[in-house]
Design a protein around this ligand. Structure first.
Ligand code: SF4
Ligand code: SF4
Length: 376
């Protein structure tokens, strides 16, 4: 594989999107919608959020303007790429009764791919690989996820401007993606020079760079990209002490701190819906009034609802205390025993989008008896 680091200028980025579309990819990338960064299909880099930054803190999200014209100058958006590969609602099958009364079932087809996912942050890239492990690498494979994931091209981006809720450096997923991508861009802006330093991760990525005629990065360009990643790592808004974290969580199963969290938690489910690694679903059946047609849908579910743990006779986790404890313990401890990896990639979305500002890093620090570190 040609593993040399390449560079693209802005026109090269434009051609990259054109090349991907010419190869039949649906290009999904960050866009601005309703005052937030939202991933959506794009046809041109003109749809990227150029000159846009963001401000994030507990229960706080605002877009800002940047003077430098950066295309990727913001941190994790409102959602990861999860809704692309694992939609919040999807049809599993539809059935119809014919005139003779026979009921025929038609499985849903997965349309829209193959996808080129552009602008994937290190945290969200890791989350995709966690979903690969959880949804396709065990006894049974999730056919719907696998179909969308098949052939997907992953183009990640170094976070140069981490938000106030980011802590990917604590969990080793960013700010610069280290593996698992086809191509990985670092945007370097110096005066009038606007460059994307491109790390090549696969043969497929190398072949696309060759097709674009991308030049080899100079030592100075690579050093500038390194500096951006180093500075970003030093400017994380939050920090999570992962030393013995699994054991800390297990040792605190009966901590009185869960009552404190429960006094604030609204059980709104926001934290699970924005989390790039949460994958719990429920199934809903819908039929028409005549009984001639029916369909089955898979929808995201959340361990914060009382119904989620309902088994015969009642819910296992009846209180917000038990539900928050379950969620954070799964993310930071039992996920590791279950899947051999952490369940939290440090994107900070659960902190930003929690309406009452409950902070996974602060709650873990409180269990440890140490102050949390939030950038002021
Ligand atoms: S638990 Fe929170 S910080 Fe961790 S991956 Fe999920 S949303 Fe991101
Ligand atoms: S922790 Fe926050 S986002 Fe999660 S359910 Fe409770 S109030 Fe909602």
């Amino acid at each position: 594989m040609t593993s040399t680091t390449r560079t693209l200028k802005v026109e090269g980025l434009r051609k990259l999107v054109e090349e991907l579309r010419a190869r039949g990819f649906t290009v999904i990338a960050p866009t601005v919608r309703d005052g937030a960064i939202v991933n959506a299909p794009i046809e041109s880099i003109d749809q990227l959020p150029r000159g846009v930054g963001d401000q994030q803190d507990a229960a706080h999200y605002r877009l800002t303007e940047r003077a430098d014209g950066a295309y990727f100058g913001y941190a994790a958006g409102a959602q990861s790429m999860k809704p692309v590969l694992f939609p919040a609602e999807e049809l599993l099958w539809r059935g119809k009764r014919d005139a003779a009364g026979a009921f025929t079932v038609q499985p849903a087809s997965n349309e829209g791919g193959p996808y080129a996912l552009l602008g994937v942050r290190g945290c969200d890239l890791k989350a995709i690989h966690i979903h690969d492990a959880v949804l396709t690498s065990r006894g049974f494979s999730d056919a719907h996820y696998a179909a969308r994931r098949a052939g997907a091209l992953l183009i990640s981006v170094t976070c140069g401007s981490p938000a106030g809720t980011c802590f990917c450096a604590s969990v080793g997923t960013g700010p610069r993606p280290s593996e698992g991508y086809d191509l990985s861009l670092t945007e370097v802006i110096k005066g009038s020079s606007h460059t994307f330093v491109v790390a090549v991760g696969t043969e497929r990525g190398a072949e696309i760079m060759d097709a674009l005629g991308a030049s080899t990065a100079s030592e100075a360009e690579m050093a500038a990209a390194d500096d951006i990643a180093k500075d970003a790592a030093l400017n994380m808004g939050r920090e999570l002490n992962t030393d013995g974290l699994k054991y800390l969580m297990y040792a605190n199963a009966e901590s009185s701190h869960w009552d404190d969290v429960a006094s604030r938690c609204l059980s709104c489910t926001n934290c699970t819906l924005v989390c790039p690694t949460c994958f719990c679903t429920s199934v809903e059946d819908v039929s028409d009034l005549t009984g001639q047609e029916a369909s089955r849908h898979r929808v995201w579910d959340s361990c914060f609802s009382e119904d989620f743990s309902y088994i015969h006779g009642g819910s296992v986790r009846e209180s917000p205390r038990s539900r928050y404890r379950q969620w954070i313990t799964h993310k930071l401890a039992s996920w590791e025993d279950q899947f051999g990896m952490t369940g939290c990639v440090g994107c900070g979305r659960c902190i930003t989008w929690c309406p009452v500002g409950i902070d996974i890093t602060a709650e873990a620090a409180a269990l440890r008896g140490t102050p949390s570190k939030a950038r002021k």
